[in-house]
Design a protein around this ligand. Sequence first.
Ligand code: ZN
Length: 249
Amino acid sequence: MGLAEEKARRKRELKLFRGHSLTEWDADPRFVERAAKILKIPPEAIPWSAACRRCAAEEADESGDGFGPLWRHFPCVIPGHEGEASLYRADNGVALYHDWHDASKWFFLAEVFASQHYGHAVKFSNRWGKVQPELAVWKLRLLVETGLVEPLPGALRAIAALPSGASPTAKKVYDGFCYLLGCKWLHTHGAPTAFTYRFASAWCGVKETQARDGIRELVERSIIVRSGLQVRPPLYGPGPGEPELLSER
Ligand SMILES: [Zn+2]
């Protein structure tokens, strides 16, 4: 892809996000259907049609508890949970995951996705609508994995090649970091990213100690650099790479 072409594409993608905010994707049937498949939520559990919503509302009135039997229950897909869950469509059209097992908690689909990567339930939002930035990160990855948006290819070119002598752990963390920038830079192009051991462990599918070792190795090799030393959590961006490899790029 040529530079001009990529610039045009990036413009289109940014427009896509502006016209269609990250939250609005949760109300898009294409996203919900594909995300449900990734999360192993049965397709019949998607309460999409208006008719279904009306039925649910009527049921809710009769039972008086707000949760009619027309909500299809399925086994909760959050790791470590044995109860049941349902998908619900809120008034603004946003699909929400309702967990019947754990004190009736509500999750965004991206939180269910993150939970599956962390290996336990995680939430980045509270009932007052306050949202942590990590929600957007998992949302972007889920969006990429649905195939509705492609990760930014320019992110890969911004990162130095991994030398052949790098450890397998560093390779996994490196791949994860490249993927992370490919997702995040759709939204905040060129910005350094938080990459804590805990997050990197979930994101890259490695143990937390491996995430730590991998990040340290990438920093030692100048493939990633910490920016803003005072910032907590630390932010990382692409580094120059190892000097002897620069000529090969
Ligand atoms: Zn559950």
